[in-house]
Design a protein around this ligand. Structure first.
Ligand SMILES: Cc1cc2nc3c(=O)[nH]c(=O)nc-3n(C[C@H](O)[C@H](O)[C@H](O)COP(=O)(O)OP(=O)(O)OC[C@H]3O[C@@H](n4cnc5c(N)ncnc54)[C@H](O)[C@@H]3O)c2cc1C
Length: 292
């Protein structure tokens, strides 16, 4: 039977991360954190998720901020897409993040949806997982007992599955400074209704003074069960001058890490996603190189 009415649950609105952590520990995996609610609440309404309790993070002061320092950007997990896309600090330090946040859904979703919620949810079609992967972010998480830092390279594990444990709250996303002569881009084939990425590619490319690629991080979303780095593409780029031919050859390998795991659904077949991964990798790389 399908229903559009949530099963009953307890509601808590803690005023600190410590209190949220204590509540998570108390429910022993039976509670869910609530951020913008744009992904979680539809699941709860359809009873695809039936948490015993929702722990609302929105009353916690100090989880929504953007700070820039020598070590790069620090962004609070409850910072909304709107706050990111409209932040001059983000536009300067990590323009691709502001640009990608502006491509999420519509104003309503961007006013409530959060960076932390997007990463913790690990939707296969989410935009920002690919962007933070390409930016080489670090994620700070808290429990009732302490904190730890997770490299974004180890964060996205499977469909809607991350390295977060059920008792952990993601609190901060840290993005290292971009080196000189770095260009960035995020491009996607957007679903016409929701704007979710059918395929999206983020590219961060650094050239040396001679125009040779010194570093590259490329990440793909929408194509497989979770966002992944396109490491074979990166390896082809590094050490070469990025002509159109080199970019094309590198883009052709952008789906290599997804292998036979391309998603196939009502929006696109696996074959179409594989083809679009190449097309959008080529576009992202060309744009990123053009912005160095
Ligand atoms: C109509 C529509 C269109 C959309 N289009 C797009 C799109 O184009 N691109 C895109 O990327 N997304 C899109 N989304 C999804 C949107 O970006 C969501 O807001 C986002 O995926 C989840 O963020 P949230 O803050 O709403 O999290 P919630 O829905 O509140 O939570 C999502 C999950 O993350 C967990 N969580 C949240 N915060 C934390 C935290 N700090 N620590 C640990 N766990 C946490 C929750 O427990 C839950 O499991 C769309 C959503 C809708 C409704």
């Amino acid at each position: 039977m399908t229903t559009n009415v949530a099963a009953s649950f307890q509601y808590h609105a803690p005023s600190s991360v410590e209190e949220a952590c204590r509540l998570l520990a108390k429910y022993k995996g039976g509670a869910k954190l609530l951020a913008g609610g744009h992904s979680l609440l539809p699941l709860v309404k359809l009873r695809l998720a039936t948490p015993e309790a929702l722990i609302d993070l929105s009353r916690i002061k100090g989880l929504s901020y953007v700070k820039a320092g020598r070590k790069g950007l620090a962004i609070g997990a409850m910072t909304t897409y709107y706050d990111i896309e409209s932040s001059d600090v983000v536009k300067k330090a990590a323009p691709v993040l502001a640009d990608a946040a502006a491509q999420v859904a519509d104003t309503q979703v961007r006013n409530a949806g959060t960076l932390g919620g997007s990463l913790a949810h690990s939707d296969p079609a989410g935009d920002l997982p690919a962007v933070v992967l390409a930016l080489g972010a670090e994620l700070e998480v808290h429990t009732a007992r302490g904190s730890r830092t997770i490299s974004v390279d180890n964060f996205f594990r499977d469909l809607l599955t991350t390295a977060l444990r059920p008792n952990e709250v993601l609190t901060e996303i840290r993005i290292p400074p971009l080196p000189a002569r770095t260009g960035t881009a995020y491009v996607k084939l957007a679903n016409k209704a929701s704007h979710y990425a059918v395929v999206g590619v983020a590219a961060v490319v650094t050239l040396d003074k001679a125009g040779v690629c010194a570093a590259a991080r490329v990440a793909v979303t929408g194509a497989g069960p979770h966002a992944v780095r396109a490491k074979r593409t990166e390896r082809i780029l590094i050490g070469k001058k990025l002509s159109a031919l080199v970019i094309r050859r590198a883009a052709e390998r952008a789906g290599a890490e997804i292998g036979d795991g391309f998603n196939s659904d009502i929006h696109a077949s696996a074959e179409y996603r594989a083809a679009m991964t190449i097309v959008f990798a080529e576009r992202a790389l060309t744009e990123a190189v053009g912005r160095v």
